[in-house]
Design a protein around this ligand. Structure first.
Ligand SMILES: [Zn+2]
Length: 281
């Protein structure tokens, strides 16, 4: 049964990935997210369903448009496959925590929430990589939905006793508002960097993204994600400079590193923290 779930979720991820490509394209070209039929980007020919099957169409057409033979960007199949893989990872990560999975409980809501958030991250990843911008149209809805979801989570599962007892001591408050505290700390941290570096190192988009990461991951997992992002960013930045692809002080988008950090935090954050605590004790 588990393998069947995985296959269905992977295919679902491919389809969502295909939609995310459309979202990215429309963001780049300022069109509304839902309108019109899909067209070839070069010759504007309307595409058939055979041209729009995720990944397979790309392979079958050898990466070229059926009508004008112009190249189709590798971004399309890559985004589709990455979405598929991420959805499967999220599902299994979810499954290892909750042994009984059913579409009729809150774990299903959590799964949908994670699918939504990771879709958002994939769009931001690609867009920031290509254009050095984190689009407000994508990040603001994600922050609002995550905020509402976290409020709901607080009320629903976690802390009714704490709230019900009215023993709102500092310890209880920090437990209840953990995601919000993590969000403010992470966002504030990036905001401080911007002020100190006068906006050279980071952009306003990174502040919003860090805030969103804090909401999703909470404290202390957010630390793992940020730490990883900075390590990865430095290593790859140095590598690009050495390889002659970038100059010292030139722009490298930081969003993709933050997003990789977020996924690592989401999947393995708790384990890394336990491992680290064992190490220092
Ligand atoms: Zn074409």
């Amino acid at each position: 049964m588990l393998i069947l779930y995985n296959i269905i979720i992977f295919i679902f991820g491919l389809i969502i990935g295909s939609f995310l490509n459309v979202v990215i394209y429309r963001l780049e070209n300022g069109e509304k997210i839902v309108n019109d039929r899909s067209r070839c980007l070069s010759c504007k020919h309307i595409l058939n369903w055979q041209d729009l099957i995720p990944v397979f169409s790309f392979i079958f057409l050898k990466g070229k448009c059926r009508y004008c033979s112009n190249k189709i960007s590798i971004q399309y199949p890559l985004v589709e496959i990455m979405t598929g893989i991420l959805f499967v990872l999220i599902f299994n990560f979810q499954f290892s925590i909750f042994s009984e999975f059913s579409i009729f409980n809150f774990q299903f809501l959590y799964l949908l929430f994670l699918f939504y958030v990771s879709s958002t991250f994939i769009v931001i990843f690609v867009y920031d990589l290509k254009h050095y911008i984190i689009p407000d149209k994508i990040i603001y809805p994600a922050i609002i939905i995550t905020f509402i979801y976290k409020l709901f989570e607080i009320l629903k599962f976690n802390h009714w006793e704490l709230i019900g007892n009215w023993k709102l001591e500092i310890g209880n408050l920090t437990t209840i508002f953990n995601p919000f505290i993590a969000a403010i700390l992470a966002g504030g941290f990036f905001y401080t960097i911007i002020i100190i570096t006068k906006g050279k190192g980071m952009g306003g988009g990174d502040v919003k993204l860090a805030f969103l990461m804090g909401l999703i991951l909470g404290w202390p997992v957010i630390l793992i994600a940020l730490f990883l992002a900075f390590i990865l960013g430095s290593v790859i930045g140095i590598f690009l400079i050495l390889a002659g692809r970038k100059k010292m002080g030139s722009m490298i988008p930081f969003g993709p590193f933050l997003i990789i950090g977020t996924f690592v935090g989401l999947f393995w954050g708790e384990k890394i923290i336990k491992w680290y605590l064992n190490l220092i004790n």
